[in-house]
Ligand binder design. Structure first.
Ligand code: FES
Length: 282
């Protein structure tokens, strides 16, 4: 049945993986594209980049981190449940079917999920793929085996040193940039991580593509919620992206806009938690 969750797994205590039946989307989605889903009738619209797809099975894989009310509710759904709505594929496909040479694929936290299909396609196109993934701590690392499986070289970092190298993805990336020629960098993760990766690669003159995940509402370029400034021009991440040349992105503005609704989000989440507690108490 369309929109049915056929598999659900927890990747970390706060990150869920869903394989969803969506034959129409699976038939023509490409790495880099995303969907907007509503877990329940009253939920928010949640944009999630497609982490994998299986055209034969007619399924797509979505990975969601529980951060607010809607993503926590999504996390309560199980295999056999249906998403209330699912729209996509949205956005432009990433340019990952070309041969650039050596490509460093850098993923931070849950950003590793959308990185995976891009790394896989770059590898299939004959690129030498260097996978670098990082998280705050070992428990928050996801898709390690998957990224490793499509990488010619593979590195893991954690901020606290609980796995791989202690430090940030940029520490490893800088070392690699000093050692060898890298022709392109793909960076997907927290905005701050992407900003620092771009600052670094700019020094080395290596083109860097980032995938932006601003607040989205309609996903069709009509509402303006996902406005970002790239190269001094206004762009809409949902139709002009989500991938952009990282050296052109105004990261300060993006971070500012992400903070816009934080108070409302926290209030909604608090209310939701109280409702859940009331329901649990009967
Ligand atoms: S989400 Fe509305 S314009 Fe992009």
């Amino acid at each position: 049945m369309d929109n049915e969750i056929v598999e659900k797994r927890s990747l970390t205590p706060a990150v869920d993986l869903f394989v969803v039946s969506a034959p129409e989307i699976a038939s023509h989605c490409e790495p880099g594209q995303f969907v907007i889903l509503m877990a329940g009738e009253k939920g928010e619209r949640v944009p999630l980049t497609i982490a994998d797809f299986d055209r034969d099975e007619g399924t797509i894989t979505l990975i969601s981190q529980r951060v607010g009310k809607s993503t926590h509710y999504l996390g309560t759904l199980k295999a056999g449940d249906r998403l209330y709505s699912l729209a996509g594929p949205l956005g432009l496909p990433a340019h990952v079917h070309e041969k650039y040479g050596t490509v460093a694929c850098v993923g931070g936290g849950v950003g590793t999920a959308p990185l995976y299909p891009q790394a896989r396609a770059l590898k299939a196109a004959g690129n030498h793929v260097i996978g670098i993934i990082g998280a705050r701590t070992a428990d928050l690392l996801i898709l390690e085996e998957e990224i490793k499986g499509v990488s010619d070289e593979f590195y893991v970092t954690t901020d606290d040193g609980t796995k791989g190298e202690k430090g940030f993805v940029t520490t490893v990336l800088e070392r690699i940039l000093l050692e060898k020629q890298v022709d392109r960098v793909i960076a997907i993760g927290p905005v701050l991580m992407m900003k620092f990766v771009c600052r670094l690669t700019e020094e080395f003159g290596v083109k860097t593509i980032v995938s932006l995940n601003p607040i989205m509402v309609d996903g069709t370029g009509m509402c303006g919620a996902c406005r970002v400034t790239v190269g001094g021009e206004t762009k809409f991440a949902c139709v002009d992206g989500p991938d952009f040349d990282g050296h052109q992105v105004d990261f300060e503005e993006l971070m500012e806009r992400q903070r816009f609704f934080r108070e409302e989000e926290e209030l909604a989440f608090e209310k939701y938690k109280q409702e859940c507690r009331r329901n649990a108490d009967g």
